[in-house]
Design a protein around this ligand. Structure first.
Ligand code: SAM
Length: 246
């Protein structure tokens, strides 16, 4: 998968060199290209922003550098990328979106600063490409670089060969399948006794059926406590008789 990220703070994306994403890059599973938007400015000050039409506080990112940058990047590859525009006014980025993006061969991210990018840029590329305006949560950050780090990591861990154990995202919170729409319950490792606290006996039993039931019940309890909205949304057919007792 190829990822292009256009930003005025390329150094903000350095975490993409470490851990899971860094290893995926080193192994050739991910081709990540970070571009400095100022490369596509032509004035002495490398200006990327200007005052908003209609007045108001803050600055808006100028369309020209974005247009030149995106034209060049799009022309440099085969086929069309999906343009991912991080914005608090976008659709929520969730696990289903990560799964969908993980199936695309090429994503171009446009993390903005100030009050965002001149709307005409999104409208222009929306006529030629798939554009996804995505928010990572109901709060406003100073820039789109942190949202890009979040989205890239969520997508990258779903790519074949990236996680050491391909099964390890199967039981994650929100994972499709048996645990669809539920949060994951608690997890434990050795030692069996720590500061007087036991590991739940069922996890030491070796009984796969009981362990699966316990995990599902814990996931269900946790979801009911922290995210009752997920249970309300979940398909009633996905619930079994034991779930309904909880
Ligand atoms: N004026 C904008 C608004 O209220 O919708 C906020 C602009 S914000 C200060 C600057 C940039 O940070 C945004 O254009 C976007 O790239 C990024 N950003 C901030 N919060 C975000 C969020 N929750 N999700 C995704 N991107 C976000």
């Amino acid at each position: 998968m190829r990822l292009d990220i256009v930003t005025i703070f390329p150094e903000y994306l350095e975490p993409l060199n470490v851990s899971l994403v860094g290893k995926a890059r080193a192994r050739g599973l991910l081709d990540v290209r970070v571009h400095d938007l100022r490369r596509w400015t032509h004035d002495r000050h490398n200006t990327v922003d200007d005052t908003p039409y209609g007045g108001g506080p803050g600055m808006v990112m100028k369309p020209e550098p974005w247009g030149e940058a995106l034209d060049e990047i799009i022309a440099s590859g085969e086929g069309d990328p999906v343009l991912v525009v991080p914005t608090p006014s976008g659709r929520p980025f969730d696990q289903a979106t990560a799964v969908e993006l993980a199936e695309k061969p090429w994503l171009v991210f446009t993390p903005a600063r100030y009050e965002g990018i001149d709307r005409r840029v999104i409208d222009e590329y929306g006529e030629r490409l798939q554009v996804r305006e995505l928010s990572i949560g109901d709060y406003v950050l100073a820039g789109g670089e942190a949202p890009v780090l979040v989205m890239v990591e969520a997508v990258a861990r779903l790519l074949p060969g990236v996680l050491g154990n391909a099964e390890s995202h199967r039981d994650d919170s929100f994972a499709p399948g048996a645990m669809a729409d539920l949060l994951e319950g608690p997890v434990y490792t050795k030692p069996p006794l720590w500061r007087g606290r036991d590991v739940p006996e069922v996890l030491l039993s070796g009984h796969h059926g009981r362990i699966a039931r316990w995990r599902r019940d814990e996931a269900f309890r946790r979801t009911a406590r922290y995210r009752p909205d997920l249970i309300e949304r979940c398909d009633p057919a996905a619930l079994d008789a034991d779930d309904r007792k909880l």
